[in-house]
Design a protein around this ligand. Structure first.
Ligand SMILES: [Zn+2]
Length: 74
């Protein structure tokens, strides 16, 4: 199943319907109309926004710091 990324961002789990004529997924809840590629793009952007906004940012920084350390070590 394909979950609507827009609704998922609002913590509502909604399954999208696939329209085989247009090859687009449709969300009945928020009306999102997108191809599979567009959906993954939206999901990616929303993920990125969450990570910079919340304390997950520290995880990223830690990862970045340790990856830099790895590079220096080698
Ligand atoms: Zn939706």
């Amino acid at each position: 199943m394909t979950e609507c990324p827009e609704c998922a961002a609002k913590e509502i789990q909604t399954e999208m319907k696939f329209d085989s004529n247009t090859k687009h997924f449709i969300c009945k809840k928020c009306g999102l109309f997108a191809t599979r590629e567009q959906i993954s793009d939206i999901r990616y952007r929303l993920n990125k926004r969450d990570k910079t906004r919340e304390d997950k940012h520290d995880e990223y920084r830690d990862w970045w710091q340790s990856s830099k350390k790895d590079k220096q070590g080698n």
